[in-house]
Design a protein around this ligand. Sequence first.
Ligand code: CA
Length: 369
Amino acid sequence: MKRRQFLESAGAGALLTGGVLSGCGKQSSEGASQATASQQKFNWKMVTTWQKNFPGLGTAANLLAQLVGEMSGGRLNIKVYGANELVPPLEIFDAVTGGTAEMGHTSAYYWKGKIPEAQFFSTVPFGMTALEMNAWLYYGGGMELWRKMYAPHGLIPVAAGNSGVQMGGWFNREINTVEDLQGLKMRIPGLGGEVLRRAGGTPVGMPGTEIFTSLESGVIDATEWVGPWNDMAKALYKVAKYYYYPGWHEPGTTMECMINQAAFETLPADLQSIVMTACKAVNLDMLSEFTARNNQALQTLVHEHNVQLREFPKPVLDKLRAISIEVVEELARENEQAALVYQSYRQFQQQVLAWHDISERAYLNVRGG
Ligand code: CA
């Protein structure tokens, strides 16, 4: 029963009605098949949107493969491919759907062209934090909806990492008023990009691998990436002067492990549980590591690289928030699925806000130094 509950909370509930995990009343044949299954080895490929070994993101994919390998005693071996090693970084979805790879490590907002509502499972401007996202996904109905959206594509999504609140980004000029956003060419994905467009800017979509040279050559005026730790690793402080906060557009971005459903169903039950457990471990590990390393990296950026830290002016944030509400509500009207996800997301955010106003926010306000 415990395993059943865990798999359900990890979003694998629908599988429990399938053949692999059923078997009630077939104890002898189940025992025999498990003995056979326990000897079988699986070799999987995991494609990722990240550069191989990139701090936090690439290393999270490595950790996921490592944990699965260790917990399965080598029965499920996952080879990790960095961006462009097997497929381009934004072709992960097709690669896993088509079976080129059994797994992918990426983030759902990259698939907005295929599944608009997938963006809710990544992050939403002025939306939920990491703590709130995990609560919604695991215990607020979010995972069930996510699985439902990916099922027609033969994919099983699993939460497998969170960046926490990101930074607003790197700018080669100061943003003092809403007018300063006019004509701003900025690399910013997902819904945040649409918000910038309506605020007068020009959002540019590109994978992380192209950001540095694009900013250096002036193809873009600004970029967001993740936060101090990742941004320092990309040396973005060398090509832009001002570093803005907060990351209104990505307040707690969930990374996803997407799994080819047919491949998953060939795994015996214990390996399925191991994959789900490893994803949950990585989900916690990434957030913990980002929190620890971001604060170290911020000190280095400010004190050693003389980065100019700037807070977005309140009128700019007020404008972006107002546009964000419009953009998210429009997304909800795109199709029935999006409406369903939006309703669940919005209701959860409103409810958790009431709780966090008197817990997280109230506490941080009174904690002081
Ligand atoms: Ca980002």
